[in-house]
Design a protein around this ligand. Structure first.
Ligand code: 2NL
Length: 378
């Protein structure tokens, strides 16, 4: 910080006892005046290089060129010198003063230029431009489909339940009327977990359907039951356009006194109309699943060609959409229900397949290859 009287030259006492030095400063003697002027000039120049703002520059000007500045004070003393010395020292004093004035003007220009270039940077950052839109995520098409399907059943009084993806053989197969060694096990190529129990068996697997969770629900509650179980399932299988080794399933189950095949048909018909359009027709044909008797497959009339026959329905006018059936008495018995008192229906839906039909997607692998050009369309 530059003080008003920071001229560090102590050359004789101030005879004026003036306002500036308040009698504490010292004045140069005539012999030392040239040196005092030169030192003041050099100090001023040194400090000028540190000046970095218009405000600091003004302070510098007052300190070194102002009326009360050290240099002005020294210059005032020149008039008291003898004529020859006055001429010489006066020249030196005026040169020092002009030099400081010239440097002041130059520094002023430099500071202005740097402020302008800073403003230029600000201009490049145009605050009036609209902001970049934030990238908003969205639901995966499978999850959208899962929610849409579940919503249709929730509207009919079903509860949504989720369960573990790693399951026991007991829940995934045995309790569903698929005992060890039964040919029906071949319907599911299973991924087994590398875990051996005390008998040397491998009872742990990645679930091949979400039915095991429905068995758990039945084990733990008494009818009436109306649940849908969405979730990820797995199978040991090579992938192609219509098969993935991991996929979603939504299973549904209704168990109560007096549940008949008519309830199955009515519920699934309503589901078809909610998800595929109010004008949909449904068709039931016999099918086999070990955990139901009788078992059926449900098709809807093609929503693209209205049943006339096209690429999606492969010219048949019908699209197979799900498997269903009346819960097998052995399954009911297995969870401790009396099959003479309780009956039920169950169904299983593959949401990827439904989404493929609904949105015209030709390869199931697109769902899980994380290509945002595909996923961003939903
Ligand atoms: C399909 C067929 C089906 C079931 C799943 C089920 C569950 C219990 C008892 C009886 Cl706990 N059945 N589930 C029944 C029939 C068909 O799925 O192909 N889904 C994609």
């Amino acid at each position: 910080m530059t003080l008003l009287h920071a001229v560090p030259i102590i050359i004789g006492r101030c005879k004026l006892n003036c306002l500036h030095c308040k009698a504490t400063q010292h004045m140069a003697t005539p012999e030392d005046l040239p040196q005092a002027i030169a030192e003041t000039r050099d100090k001023a120049l040194r400090e000028l290089s540190d000046v970095d703002s218009p405000e600091a520059l003004e302070r510098w000007r007052v300190t070194y060129l102002g009326r009360r500045s050290g240099l002005t004070r020294l210059l005032r003393q020149i008039s008291a010198l003898a004529p020859e010395a006055r001429r010489q020292v006066g020249l030196l004093g005026n040169q020092a003063r002009s030099l400081l004035e010239e440097r002041l003007a130059r520094r002023e220009q430099e500071l202005k230029a740097s402020v302008l270039s800073h403003l230029g940077e600000l201009e490049r950052l145009d605050v009036t431009l609209p902001g970049r839109p934030a990238v908003v995520g969205r639901l995966h098409p499978t999850i959208r489909m899962v929610r849409e399907i579940c919503d249709a059943f929730v509207a009919m009084g079903f509860q949504v339940v989720e369960g573990p993806e790693v399951e026991w053989d007991r829940y995934n197969f045995e309790m569903l009327n698929i005992p060890k060694g039964h040919a029906a096990r071949d319907m599911w190529s299973t991924l087994w977990v590398d875990y051996q129990d005390e008998n040397g068996d491998h009872p742990m697997l990645l679930r091949t359907h979400t039915s095991p969770m429905q068995v758990r629900v039945m084990e733990n509650t008494q009818p009436p039951i109306r649940v849908v179980v969405p979730g990820k399932c797995y199978r040991y299988e090579a992938t192609d356009a219509t098969h993935e080794w991991h996929y979603y399933q939504i299973e549904g189950l209704a168990v109560d006194e007096g549940i008949t095949f008519a309830h199955l048909k009515g519920t699934l018909y309503e589901f078809a109309r909610r998800v595929f359009g109010a004008e949909r027709q449904v068709r039931f044909r016999c099918d086999y699943f070990p955990f139901v008797e009788p078992g059926v497959e449900m098709a809807i009339d093609c929503f693209l060609c209205q049943g006339k026959g096209c690429r999606v329905c492969k010219g048949t006018g019908w699209i197979e959409i799900l498997g269903a059936g009346m819960v097998h008495p052995k399954v009911l018995e297995g969870v401790g229900y009396d099959p003479r008192r309780y009956t039920g229906f169950a169904f299983g839906i593959g949401p990827e397949r439904v989404a493929m039909l609904k949105y015209g997607i030709e390869d199931i692998r697109l769902f899980y290859s994380n290509d945002l050009r595909f996923l961003g369309q939903f």
